[in-house]
Design a protein around this ligand. Structure first.
Ligand code: CP
Ligand code: NVA
Length: 324
């Protein structure tokens, strides 16, 4: 099955803008091929392993990466912080070097983006961001596939994100900008996305034919949207800010009144986990416009393609799998 020739990939995926538009398009095409032939790739990376280190809870990312690895014939090794020597003072750099000699890729969910950058610097195998406080690139890849499945295209699709300008929002900004989408974001001013990431995404949008708009009024932002997207009001690690987030975000709930301002054919998306009655009402997330289950399912297909392309996709396949 794995006979096609693929373009060279970056060494790591720490944020969506590590990929080019054509690399993303290639990845989405491969994800569809893998989705269509679930048993067709089990010899692709047989005998190899992927180390999955999660410092925060996860249902979708953890399980979808493990399932994606099995579909490639790989052994996923799932690791919690208390199982590694990191908790007893071993450095990130030493951990990265050692894991590189056992595994063909390292998947990490952590807090600081800088942790990922240190590990990527020292690892000799691809490092994949499975969510940090700042980015969630694997989520955005599944989001793009879900939107492309539904509308048959990505360029010029109008997506509105309503809520906190968080990790999911940052990755959507970058993904939408790269793929020529029109992305609007409605956030309370004090929970706006990171301005540096916005500036970088604006530059990408300018060169790829898309556009970005940051607003604070949710109704104005949703008007004419084809995709309405939201996320939890309190991200993992931000529990201390729960009260202020809940108060600031209350007007940003995606409910039938807000959704009625979008185009009639608009779909609803959410990275999940969802809190019904907070960021979204049950009639929206469980209603006919919701694509959230397809979106969650696409996590596995896009991650299978990502693992395959990163592990095999450097110019000298295998050259990173050595102890230096
Ligand atoms: N969307 C997402 O990343 O879900 P998990 O936190 O369950 O992995
Ligand atoms: N913004 C959320 C996403 C969860 C998948 C968080 O970081 O908790």
């Amino acid at each position: 099955m794995a006979t096609a020739t693929y373009m060279q990939m970056p060494n790591d995926l720490l944020r969506i803008s590590d990929l080019s538009a054509s690399q993303i398009a290639q990845l989405l095409d491969l994800a569809v091929r893998m989705r269509d032939a679930p048993g067709g790739w089990t010899d692709s990376l047989r005998g190899q392993s992927v180390a999955c280190f999660f410092e925060k809870p996860s249902t979708r990312t953890r399980v979808s990466f493990a399932a994606a690895a099995y579909r490639l014939g790989m052994q996923p090794i799932l690791l919690r912080p208390d199982e590694l020597q990191l908790g007893r003072g071993e450095t990130l750099a030493d951990t990265a070097r050692v894991l590189s000699s056992y595994a063909s890729a390292i998947v990490i969910r952590t807090f600081a983006q800088h942790t990922l950058e240190i590990i990527a610097e020292e690892a000799s195998v691809p490092v994949i961001n499975a969510l940090s406080d700042t980015h969630h690139p694997c989520q955005a890849l599944a989001d793009l596939l879900t939107i492309r499945d539904y509308f048959g295209r990505l360029d010029e699709v109008r997506l509105t994100y309503v809520g906190e300008g968080n990790n999911v929002a940052h990755s959507l900004l970058e993904a939408g900008a790269l793929m020529g989408m029109h992305v609007t974001m409605a956030t309370p001013p004090q929970l706006a996305p990171n301005l540096r990431i916005v500036a970088q995404a604006n530059e990408l949008a300018r060169t790829h034919g898309g556009s970005l708009r940051l607003l604070s009024a949710p109704i104005a932002a949703v008007r004419d949207a084809q995709v309405v997207y939201t996320d939890v009001w309190v991200s993992m690690g931000a529990e201390a800010q729960q009260q202020e987030h809940m108060a600031a975000l209350a007007p940003y709930q995606v409910n039938p009144v807000l959704l009625a301002h979008a185009r009639p054919e608009a779909i609803f998306m959410h990275c999940l986990p969802a809190h019904r009655g907070q960021e979204v009402t049950p009639d929206v997330i469980d209603g006919p416009q919701s694509q959230v289950w397809r979106q969650a399912a696409n996590r596995m297909h896009t991650e299978q393609a990502l693992l395959y392309l990163l592990v095999t996709g450097t110019a000298a396949y295998g050259s990173r799998n050595r102890v230096t």
